[in-house]
Design a protein around this ligand. Structure first.
Ligand code: BEZ
Length: 399
């Protein structure tokens, strides 16, 4: 199929991003059949790491937490990974693929980064997938959970240190089906991650005998007033609500859930992003009793986590989050891969990543699966007050 005819079959936003990808590949001199087979690696000396993180938009706080996590690992290792001095160059992912895709491409084509680390938004990850795959450049995703990235559209050059949307959401389904006597309402933002989180939760929840009262996708990145949706939820007669929101949207949703009088009467569940880090500080008491599934909490009782939380607090002045851990672990992964690889070309780094073994992380030990996604433990968490602040207490293990 010709490129123009293939493009005409894509939905309009995806098409725009794909055209940008083709242009960037051409600029990098690695489009179509003339792909750069060497991967552009350096044989010695410094390594440039491109950090692609949201520094603006509803996910900006997540970007700051990831930058702090990556930097902490570097500081603890004398600014080196695998014995090589690291130069970090940062680009703003912004609110989604319109800004994130060109920013990611620029890190490779203009800034000549050996590896790009980061990406919060699933739609950005999906928009960048072909660029990294076709230009044979290494991308280590430290958040975005788009299922296809480590599923149907897996690439040799893309690895993930976080989670997949379907998996992190699905872990809570059987628990909610067991706890809630009645139907549950599902609500999430209207973009790739929201759709996949809802689908993942719904599948495991219904398989465990749960029933859905209704489902709503709210405009992503622009919804500030959740009252109309909360009113629909109340009218649905749902006995509980499951929702995926993160960053500024999570703060707005949980606070308005309380203001609207649903908290305390209609239990609220969701993936842990709903009550994570700075978000929980802003929600405060309004988040009490919210139950979530996630692969991290500051409250995890293991020596590695205790040491990490203390070091992060000392450097950043606040507790770490799942986003800081995912970026910290991306640095740990690169540390191992750079130490093992015979040079810094992407094919050599990929070879090293394939045999990297377990990662000793603050979240507990994890390892890459054959799909380049994380194999890890998920936890059931509940927001509780502790010593004048609020924490995601671990109340059990999931899936
Ligand atoms: C995502 O777009 O994949 C995502 C964003 C924030 C938190 C979790 C997932």
């Amino acid at each position: 199929m010709g490129i123009l005819s293939a493009l005409s079959r894509l939905p309009r936003p995806t098409r725009a991003v794909t055209v940008l990808t083709a242009a960037a590949l051409a600029l990098a001199g690695c489009g179509g059949s003339s792909l750069n087979q060497s991967g552009g690696g350096q044989s010695g000396g410094d390594v440039k790491v491109g950090l692609l993180l949201p520094l603006s938009g509803v996910y900006a706080p997540l970007g700051q937490e990831m930058r702090a996590g990556f930097q902490l690992y570097l500081d603890q290792h004398g600014g080196k990974l695998g014995g090589r001095t690291i130069k970090v160059v940062t680009a703003d992912e912004g609110g989604g693929p319109q800004t994130g895709v060109p920013a990611g491409q620029k890190l490779v084509t203009q800034d000549q980064a050996t590896v790009v680390v980061g990406v919060v938004n699933s739609a950005t990850a999906l928009g960048l997938r072909d660029f990294f795959d076709e230009s044979k450049k290494l991308l280590v995703i430290a958040n975005a959970g788009a299922d296809a990235i480590t599923g149907a559209r897996k690439s040799d050059y893309i690895w993930r240190t976080s989670f997949s949307n379907g998996a992190v959401a699905a872990t809570l389904g059987p628990e909610v089906a067991k706890e809630v006597k009645g139907k549950v309402y599902l609500i999430a933002p209207d973009y790739a991650a929201g759709k996949e989180m809802v689908a993942g939760f719904r599948k495991s929840f219904e398989a465990a005998g749960g029933e859905v009262a209704g489902e709503k996708f709210t405009p992503f990145g622009t919804t500030q007033d959740f009252q109309p949706y909360l009113s629909t939820i109340r009218g649905s007669g749902a006995k509980a609500v499951w929702s995926f929101y993160s960053g500024a949207e999570a703060v707005g949703f949980v606070k308005q859930y309380k203001e609207f009088g649903l908290a305390g009467k209609t239990p609220l569940y969701g993936p842990g992003f709903l009550t994570e880090g700075g978000v929980l500080d802003a929600q405060g008491r309004d988040a009490i009793k919210v139950k979530t599934s996630l692969h991290y909490s500051t409250e995890l009782d293991n020596p590695r986590n205790k040491e990490f939380v203390a070091a992060y607090r000392a450097k950043v002045g606040k507790p770490p989050t799942v986003f800081s851990v995912q970026a910290y672990d991306a640095a740990a992964v690169l540390d191992k891969a750079l130490a093992k690889a015979s040079d810094t070309s992407a094919p050599e780094l990929v070879k090293a990543l394939n045999g990297i073994g377990p990662i000793d992380s603050p979240r507990g030990q994890w390892s890459f699966g054959a799909d380049h996604n994380v194999r890890q433990q998920y936890y059931l968490r509940e927001v509780k007050s502790s010593g004048g602040t609020f924490v995601n207490a671990i109340t059990g293990e999931l899936g």
